[in-house]
Each structure stands twice: as structure tokens, then as C-alpha cells.
Design a protein around this ligand. Sequence first.
Ligand code: ATP
Ligand code: MG
Ligand code: FE
Length: 342
Amino acid sequence: MRVLGIETSCDETGVAVYDTALSGSAGLRAHAVYSQIALHAEYGGVVPELASRDHVRKLLPLIRQTLAEAGLSVDDIDGVAYTAGPGLVGALLVGAGVARSLAWALDKPAIGVHHMEGHLLAPLMEHDPPQAPFVALLVSGGHTQLVAVDAIGRYRLLGETLDDAAGEAFDKTAKLMGLPYPGGPQLAALAETGTPGVYKFARPMTDRPGLDFSFSGLKTQVLMAWRDSDRSEKTRADIARGFEDAVVDTLAIKCERALDAAGCDVLVVAGGVGANKRLRAKLADSAARRGGRVCFPRPALCTDNGAMIAFAGALRLQAGQHDGAEVNVTPRWDMAALPAVA
Ligand code: ATP
Ligand code: MG
Ligand code: FE
């Protein structure tokens, strides 16, 4: 089954074709992402109305480009998957409207995919995919969650952030130290040149039991350290390193706790912060020490993309699930409410 995937939940237009006849990474026939970062940079954050309008401009050309790269015509598509939520309502409606119309015109099924299920399943597109049950760490711009995955489609929330998401903390911390928009990747790159241990920040909420997170206090600690510093380039890099180490250690400690609680030795990591090199290295060390396994998507499939939507949609379409003809989106959507697959 060849599934066209469409992602428009926020500020990335993503399109992909996933073919279930070719498993794993071979199934990904083509994928393309257009990022609106430059569009929103002058406002220092995503402007919802501008995001919707830009999806309108970019989506159809990107679908044509992706089909051409896959060597397919639109008639070769057996189903359409689109992000139905969570996300910005206007942005979601652009993808949903195009997906539903295309499916209707082709007389093929369409399915609305949960954006975070897309992130969560992205590692399963890689070589030697893990099998449920496993524990997933979802670390993105809007979410930080530990999820017990009993089966594909059966998700139990084990813990989540009480305030900022990990990616949001990266972005806001970068901004307060004057790094360019969006900030997270820039802060991570700067941290590479910093000296570990010069600045030591708290590992929030690791001193008590539980699997929830809190990152907003860390941001304030960085603000004070930066304000009281000489504000040199060297200091900025050292603070960036101190911040990154604090976030990475906190995530790693909670992942180990979640694996212990779930009695499981496979961890899956997804979402934009999953692209962070130090997080990848730390969780790989932890898995090696524990005799377990950690699985990540390639960095390009950690941040928003159409491939994860095509893949998650394909699993559900293959199981016979699909939506009605109406265009519906769900801007707020609990992943635990999803139906099981198969
Ligand atoms: P959500 O998926 O929760 O709706 P989103 O789609 O905006 O949010 P993603 O696209 O998954 O989030 O990830 C973007 C986030 O990942 C941003 O906050 C960004 O700063 C962060 N990020 C990307 N690369 C890195 C990196 N190398 N290190 C740390 N953070 C990163
Ligand atoms: Mg984005
Ligand atoms: Fe995302």
C-alpha cells in the first residue's frame, strides 16, 4: 500500500510517500520538508495566520515534488494520511482539506493521524525496528512525555512536563542569551564548544520520585547566570553546555526510572530534541550499561516531517481504519484516546 503523508500542524510543511510493500527505511519512497523558520523569525515565534497561509502556498507544489521524486503519479497512491492534531487549527485545516479532497477525488481512503503518534512511530521506519512493548520518550517543541507503548495504538502516559516542553526550554533559553531564532539547534551547537562543569544547573524534579518534568525553573537559572556573567562568547558557550547537560541528565534519569517502572529494556526516543547529539550519546551509554536498547529516528525524522505521518497512517489504513468524508481536525487531542491498531 502506497500512502501519501501530509504534515501541516505547525511551521513545517511535510510530504512523503511510504510504501508498506517495502518494509523499514526502504518503504520511505520520498519525503520533503519545507520549513517556515525564516517567515516567523522576525516575530520571534510562530504566527498562526502566517503559518496557515504559507502551508496553502507550499503544500501542493511539495506534493508534486515528492511524487516526482518517488517516481509515482497521483493515481499510484492507495491512501492519504494527514496530521489531524494536535496543532494550530488553521494550519491543520490546510493539510486536512487538501488530504480529504485528494482522497475523495481519487476514491481512496484517508486517515487523520495524531502528530505525536507520528513522532513516536518514526523510529520504527529505521533498520531493525523495535517491537512493542517499549517505553517512549517524546521530546519536542510542545511536548515532553514518557509513554508506555503496550502495542501500536495503545499508549499510557507515564509522566509529562508540568510547564515548558524540553524543546521549548531550549528555544527560550537560547532567546534569552541572544541566539538566533528558533534557538534550540543553535544552542546545542554552541554547547559543543562550551566547557562542561563551569556552570552547573539543577536537574529539576530528580530529587523526588515520579516521572513528571519541569523545565521552566532551569530557564530562570540560566537567565540569572547570564545576567550576572561577563557575557563573553566563551561564557555563553559554557552556560549553553551547562544547560544542555542539565536537560540531558534529567531526561536520562527519568527514562531509566520509567524503564524500571515498566519492567522494560527498550527505549524509543522521538521528537525534535531527539536530534540532540548529547542526548543520543547519553541514552546510548545508559542502554549499554543496562544491557537494554535505545532507538532513535535519523535526525531529519526527529523534527516535523511527512514521513512519520505517512508511516503512522499506513499502519492504521492497513488495519482497515479510515475517516469519513468530512474535514475534521482535533487541535487538542489525548494520545491515550486513540484506537488500537489491528
Ligand atoms: P510538537 O511535536 O510537540 O507539536 P513541534 O512539532 O514544534 O512540537 P518538533 O518539530 O518535534 O516540535 O521539534 C522542534 C523542537 O526541537 C524545537 O523546540 C527545537 O528547538 C528542538 N530541537 C531541534 N533540534 C535540536 C537539537 N539538536 N537540540 C535540542 N533541541 C533541538
Ligand atoms: Mg517546527
Ligand atoms: Fe512535532
